[in-house]
Design a protein around this ligand. Sequence first.
Ligand code: 3PG
Length: 212
Amino acid sequence: MTQKTQALHAILTAQPVMPVVAVADVAGAVKLARALAKGGLVSIEITLRTPAALEAIRAVADEVPETTCGAGTVLSPRQFDQAVEAGARFVVSPGATHALVRHVEDSEVPLLPGAASPSELMGMMEAGYELLKFFPAEQLGGVPFLKALAPVFQSIRFCPTGGISMTNVGDYLALPNVLCVGGSWVAPKEAVEAGDFDTITRLAAEAAALKA
Ligand code: 3PG
């Protein structure tokens, strides 16, 4: 394992659930990161799906030292650079392109790229990746799909995301090829909008207590 992969592996094995959040504003993002960390989820993925995302990553990186903040929904080399410049400690993409994989080679910040078929997995293995996102997990076949991949792709470990919640998370975490799952259920939009950070801390604590 390269140093970069080791760093990513440490992040993905430190907690069973990676909160995947879309933030509306910077101040809310800082409060959200603190509430999640208080519940035990100290790594979070802020997705580049809102105009505030990059500034939010910068603010969380600067103001919430207990949190390891990553960037998600990174679709291009340019977004990768913007995320790294903002202070993202890891970067997540829903898939992967040759351009993105080539671009990130020399960066010290690890990439968790998505792969969703045997050919895509083989492509990622050729590029030196063994830690992969699997998105959208439920829609792509979920637990049975990942189970079927395990004997063939023995070195690959996944972080599935998409459609996972407290009702099915246990089935994913029980798979030997799953390191952790990603999900937005620990930071529901209504709770964030209402400033109900106690609920978020409670949901985070419940998720953090799951066995990976
Ligand atoms: C992601 O980007 O990983 C997903 O949008 C998270 O999916 P969820 O909202 O279904 O948890």
